[in-house]
Ligand binder design. Sequence first.
Ligand code: AHR
Length: 522
Amino acid sequence: MLHLKYKLVALFLLAGSALLAQKENAVVANQLVIVTNNPGPVISKDIYGHFSEHLGTCIYGGLWVGLDSKIPNSYGIRNDVLFALREIKVPNLRWPGGCFADTYHWKDGIGPQNKRANIVNIYWGGVTEDNSFGTHEFMKLTELIGCDAYINGNVGSGTVREMAEWVEYLTSDSESPMTRLRKENGQEKPWKVRYWAIGNENWGCGGNMNAEFYTNVMRQYSTYLGNLGGNNLYRVACGPSDINYGWTETLMKDEETRRMFEGISLHYYSVVDGWDVKSSATNFDERQWFETFRLNYKMDEILKGHSAILNRYDPQNKKGLIVDEWGNWFQVEPGTNPGFLYQQNTMRDAITAAIHLNIFNNHADRVKVANLAQMVNVLQSVILTKDDKMVLTPTYYVFRMFRVHQEAKLLPTDLRCENYSYKGVDIPALTTSASVDAEGKVHITIANLNPSKEITVSCPLIGDVYKSATGEVLTASAMNAMNSFEKPDVVKTVSFSGFKLKDNVLTVTMPAKSVVAIELKK
Ligand code: AHR
């Protein structure tokens, strides 16, 4: 109801302001109207979540180096990576997969490290893992980052008992076999676990189930996922890929089923030129640059499609959409193990991140969690590591710029902008979202997708009066500019002065291929 009121008032104000603007200035090429005094839903901090899978060198080497490593670490976790992650305020971390999750048996990863069972990672490169990173190490990692744990349980090859015992081991404070085991392994007190996924991609690598079969299996598993020791699990049912609206419909249509979960996951990757070809991550032309963003924008359509189904069955907005895998999926770096999905990251990925995060903010009423795939050394990572070296990617800087939106309230915006066109296809040249935080500061994030054209956008502020503004920008001279181990500081944020604030109208000149964050104060 509150959101409906926000939407109606916002629509009215935005329509009024757009008319006014048109009257005053017949041709308004690029205009972003922001209503500052009628905030909408809170932007869940968990939209800024990350994903760490046992895949390539994400865990082993990227996050975990072990207690005996020469690389400076805390309890086996790399310090350089830890500090960088704390800086972007990672709110939650998903683990252990991905496809790996439905092969993972958690009891293999507890107890003395030298006694743990070796396993073969069948989905990712067929490598043998020594399981030195397991439940205790993951929970320590979340504690050191200062984020919530998001654990993905095994439905595909696990059992109901195995999953129920994992929850008991982690969260119970009763005297029980699992809590005794946990204490024997050095953890006296139960942990808190916020999010729990009931399988991953169970329509594919998680068991090749159809929607009806999975729905019944999920109901069975969910029955035994207890809220123990004062913990309150947010249960995530495995949802669809892309536009598989039938899957969402099957999960949502029945009231009994809806009681078994709080959120539905959704996976969408942008794969330029299809799965068989894929764009190179670093060696691409303007066609592929454009195509990446055209595909990125589809996230908005996909969210609208699934939200429409949720709105029918859950008009009170109780169920969340959990976009727990998203990002660009390119070719692996030449010479690297194809099963490790290791890709570099450029200015193109930074704009991809801005497009997605703006879309998620603007869907704050439904999107409660999102997890970029993946945190370190896999797909669109925020961090790359090589031995003792670490590089922060262009995507990292976007997460740093956007962290101010976490738990702020979404502001109504109306963006009318020119298109970025390539060979007769058009997409909006600008993407944006705005929020107001608890201290009353307004945060506006904008990206300019056009690789060769600066764009000036005029932003009338409807509502409160703002007296000062500051800004940051991320841009680069080349579309494929990147940070490497040899040159780690090619793409990074700098202070931005390409704006003016006069009579409550903010005018921003967006450099070509850039991401800008502006903060307004009264
Ligand atoms: O992120 C890589 C893989 O992509 C995940 O393991 C899987 O869930 C998805 O298909």
